[in-house]
Design a protein around this ligand. Sequence first.
Ligand code: KG4
Ligand code: ZN
Length: 356
Amino acid sequence: MTEKSLKTLPQPFKILALESSCDDTGCAILSSDGTLLAQKLHSQEEPSQLGGVVPEVAARAHLRHISEITQKTLKEAGLELKDIDVFAASTGPGLIGGLIVGANFAQGLALSTGKPFMAINHIEAHSLSPLISPSPLRSEKGVTPYLLLLASGGHCQLIGVKNVGNYTYLGGTLDDSCGEAFDKTAKALGLGWPGGPKLEKLAQGGNPKAYALPRPLMGRDHCDFSFSGLKTAVLRVIQPLSPEGLEKESPNIAASFQKAVTDILKDRVEHAIKRFPQAQALCVAGGVAANQSVRSTLEALASKEGMQFYAPPIKLCTDNAVMIAWAALLRLETGASTKVSAPMIRPRWPLSEMNF
Ligand code: KG4
Ligand code: ZN
């Protein structure tokens, strides 16, 4: 397959990117001048019917939708396949079945058109989402170093970003992701899936001090997270309740749980700030970034620490193909080539391997 770099690509060039690492099938076309030419996202219905993402079911759904989503995106941009200069796809980390579908589809398009293919690390794409134009953190002078809290359904990590291709992994969850803790607690409270937004709404009518829930690892001198003990503690509160008792208490349980998660995230971020003092900004991405309690607490922390606070628009915080296209563009602009140096699919792919 042809290998290209910024010097050998036409100017401006167009990137078509695919995202299929979990339960969203996304396609985006980005011009190298930063103009988003088109994007489509199909969020699968199956997880809300099944109460969560079932990897095999998700992979089959990607297979059903990927071709149509790609065609619709090309149509919206008024382009044909031959107009695309670079194809890109998430090739890890994520659910292997979905990654195989997206990466093979994109690679097939690249092979058939004689254009290069770029394998994109999904966590790097989330990490670079605060740099998507218009961004307060990227200018002619370069990138403002930032600390990123990625809190989604699949991930919970703290990453220091000095520049594109210069990442420091500070810590991550030892068990459940943050979004998973929201989803499992919401399920125990009888709310639908995904539970995060529903739990947040319920918590608005509750007392966050009603239940003394644990805050695992809080105060520890590292940046790792643990949510499974908190989830179990909530289950212990719920189990003895009668259906009427649960109905009456559920806003209080939701509010107490949300406060515990917010306290944990704040504490872990405070530790990360100490370990990555270069950071001039605090950023948050992933679905949990939509939570107002989490957001306002982190915003207040950033202001106390004299840091800028920035969260990309929520549709760029959750899984999407726009961030995959931007990760490809930012890497090319920073001197990377389209060469695929990693094995094709990486269900586990440490971010440290993306450092230049
Ligand atoms: O980034 P995303 O789409 O994650 C992956 O699929 O990995 O985020 C989805 C996660 C779900 O766990 C969802 O419950 C959670 O983000 N979430 C929220 C809120 N909105 C979405 N959690 C708490 N509060 C919210 N408002
Ligand atoms: Zn993701």
